[in-house]
Design a protein around this ligand. Structure first.
Ligand code: SF4
Ligand code: SF4
Length: 127
């Protein structure tokens, strides 16, 4: 049974920002937007907060020492929420992986709901 992702509700828990080894890739124009959100110039932002991905295909955000995203504030909220990368905005409705149903409480709730109502209509095709 595929959960109905149109019913996804984010719990704002930040678990998806704390996945060790998770890469937040930056698309074109996003480093400028992130720099502006932090009140710094883009060059400084790139020097201080971005790295080349291990596969060298894009820039990624740096991590804190515990593996969480460096943009995650001490209050558990994203410091660049209004300008956060598309990869973050699109998770988990536009993309996710099987492990996301374990780590994301919003997806877990949908999966539980789907298990209770196995004959309900789903908005999504096979995953
Ligand atoms: S793990 Fe899921 S519920 Fe928690 S902040 Fe991320 S998307 Fe929202
Ligand atoms: S940029 Fe913000 S939303 Fe994206 S992983 Fe980092 S803290 Fe989370």
């Amino acid at each position: 049974m595929t959960p109905d992702l149109s019913r996804f509700r984010c719990r704002r828990c930040g678990a998806c920002c704390r996945i060790p080894g998770g890469l937040v890739r930056l698309r074109e124009g996003e480093s400028a937007a992130l720099a502006a959100a932090l009140g710094m110039d883009e060059r400084t932002f790139l020097d201080e907060h971005a790295l080349l991905a291990p596969d060298r295909r894009s820039l990624v955000l740096r991590d804190h020492a515990d593996g969480s995203c460096e943009m995650l504030g001490e209050d558990g909220l994203c410091r660049v929420h209004a300008a956060k990368p598309a990869q973050c905005r699109e998770f988990p409705v536009s993309w996710r992986n099987p492990d996301s149903f374990r780590t994301c409480p919003g997806l877990r709730a949908l999966a539980r709901e789907a298990a209770k109502n196995p004959h309900a209509e789903s908005a999504e095709g096979a995953e």
